[in-house]
Design a protein around this ligand. Structure first.
Ligand code: BG6
Length: 534
């Protein structure tokens, strides 16, 4: 048993809906195991997995063990034996009202078993004996979110006297909910789900998770911008030419095509969720303080000022693609093009690549294009933000090579590499040593792993810990969701854009049409060579 650190959150029963699913096995349980190994979890915390598949506690633990071994660094069989004792399982249909008395009884039992008793009944009509804190984690399909939340509400699980209204908040158990993306498939359905959640949970108890916000370098965007004075004066339309946000993956969609991806596509799956968040952090105004309300307010303001185009203009500002067949012997889809994967409906025209050009109608960003792209089976895995600065206004060196012969210069930019080589690089022009004046672009690198000698943690662990602590800083407010859907809706509903979908070669940087999208304004994608360490 680990020594538990002092700032561990209060104990709770973590109820995971979708417990037999991929996310639970691949991310959530390995992340919890790692937190536990580091002594960051409260000693009494326990997990109750909930799914339809019939399994005992022991069978669930046995199902999870190989996943934890594969995905959690430093797996220790002795520690696993201790940690597995915290894992419990309940089989049932989460949308079935009859399950809830059973669920409540089970949570009560677990609270006793793991010594989580609280005293005092908040409403007088509560079904609780033990009244533990409860954190619900909905790792389920979006269509299940509203019915499940409704059942939780009807079952009387949510205490009447809200914690933040109580005289002594620590005496009142809390009930919080973590909701996975996608929340809806467009603006209308996203808002409907948020309304359903809002009928049961206060916004302060809702944790809309986005694992990108748990990535070190995404958080570092804020530190870099607001803990220094050297960047912020340049961070505007007077100096910035354009900004690129890229999330490229080298793997294909594989088995996820049938049960999820074919109804989502790259714009919903990556841009609406993760990349607009990254863009918001890269472009928002400085918040007055580092707290959830202040930061979320600035992100909402920023997303709200992104120009919403008319669907008829989607073709002008967006390019969609899907990867074709591959000859690569190690191809993750066995060589199949996206359209030929099992479960794909070619009629849906789902994109595995999406590139959008957005504009932010604010004084700071007027006229600066933001290019956001994401794709599967691209040249390499890479997530980055590129801030490209303008050329000097009076071009002092125009008669010096290489400026004299023209051409695109890669100088004058900051690249914030979110993954996999976490770091920041600054490219600028320098004089090549020698008697004559020659100029070359050089790069100054800050390598996160090297400087801090630490591998960034898997994002899910720290985010779950934040939810247990009641810190919403790295979670999305419902208004951020609505703004993000409003921005992408014209692109996902445009028939011509879907019909004009391009096929691109696996292992490339996507369709050529997306190069033309940038060329229209004299810009070029930052496509680092496969082996280039930027
Ligand atoms: C998920 C998407 O949210 O993020 C996946 O649904 C994608 O399609 C994944 O592969 C990428 O996450 P990461 O952390 O590997 O960049």
């Amino acid at each position: 048993m680990p020594n538990h650190v002092k700032d561990a959150p209060e104990p709770c029963v973590l109820v995971i809906y979708g417990a037999s699913g991929d996310l639970t096995a691949r991310k959530l349980i390995p992340a919890l195991y790692q937190l536990d190994q580091q002594g960051r979890l409260p000693e009494q915390l326990c997990v109750l997995g909930l799914a339809r598949t019939e399994m005992s506690d022991q069978e669930w633990r046995e199902h999870l063990q190989p996943w934890v071994q594969r995905h959690a660094e430093g797996f220790d069989p002795n520690h696993w034996a201790w940690f597995a004792g915290r894992l419990h399982y309940l089989a049932g249909s989460a949308t079935d009202a009859d399950l809830y008395p059973v669920l409540i009884a089970r949570i009560n039992d677990l609270a006793r078993e793991h010594r989580m008793h609280r005293t005092g009944d908040v409403s007088g009509a509560s079904p609780w004996v033990a009244q533990p804190n409860i954190l619900f984690y909905l790792a389920v399909a979006p269509e299940l979110i509203s019915p499940i939340v409704q059942r939780i509400g009807e079952a009387g699980i949510i205490a009447e006297g809200k914690r933040w209204c109580a005289v002594d908040p620590a005496s009142v158990p809390w009930q919080r909910i973590i909701v996975e993306k996608p929340i809806g498939h467009d603006l209308a359905s996203g808002e409907e789900i948020n309304r359903a959640i809002g009928r049961v949970f206060e916004e302060e108890a809702v944790y809309r998770i986005d694992h990108y916000l748990g990535k070190e370098l995404v958080q570092n965007l804020m530190v870099m911008r607001f803990a220094n004075t050297i960047f912020e004066p340049l961070w505007n339309n007077q100096y910035v030419d354009h900004i690129q946000v890229t999330a490229a993956e080298s793997v294909g969609v594989g088995k996820r095509a049938a049960n999820y991806y074919d109804r989502a596509g790259a714009t919903r799956d990556m841009i609406q969720s993760h990349l607009l968040q990254v863009m918001a952090l890269a472009a928002m105004e400085p918040p007055p303080s580092y707290d959830a309300t202040a930061i979320r307010r600035e992100k909402i303001k920023l997303l709200d000022s992104v120009r919403v185009i008319r669907p008829a203009d989607a073709m002008k500002h967006g390019v969609l693609g899907r990867y074709g067949p591959s000859q690569d012997a190690y191809d993750t889809d066995g060589g199949a093009g996206y359209a030929d994967l099992p479960g794909v409906d070619p009629e849906l025209g789902t994109e595995t690549y999406s590139a959008l050009r957005l504009f932010i109608d604010s004084w700071r960003w007027a006229g600066v294009p933001f290019y956001i792209r994401s794709g599967k089976k691209m040249a390499r895995k890479l997530t980055e933000v590129v801030v490209q600065f303008k050329r000097p206004p009076a071009h002092f060196f125009r008669d010096i090579e290489p400026f004299r012969s023209g051409g695109v210069r890669p100088a004058n930019r900051i690249v914030i590499n979110i993954q996999p080589d976490e770091g920041v690089s600054l490219r600028f022009e320098a004089k090549v040593p020698g008697p004559s004046l020659r100029i070359e672009s050089v790069k100054a690198d800050f390598d996160y792993g090297y400087v801090f000698s630490a591998k960034p943690l898997e994002a899910y662990g720290p985010l779950m810990l934040d939810a247990m602590r009641g810190d919403q800083t790295l979670f999305k407010h419902r208004d951020e969701l609505s703004c993000a859907w409003r921005i992408v809706d014209p692109f996902i509903t445009s028939g011509p854009l879907k019909r004009g979908i391009h096929t691109y070669g696996p292992g490339t940087w996507g369709p050529e049409a997306s190069d033309r999208l940038l060329a229209e304004m004299g810009h070029v994608w930052h496509n680092p060579a496969v082996q280039e360490k930027r």
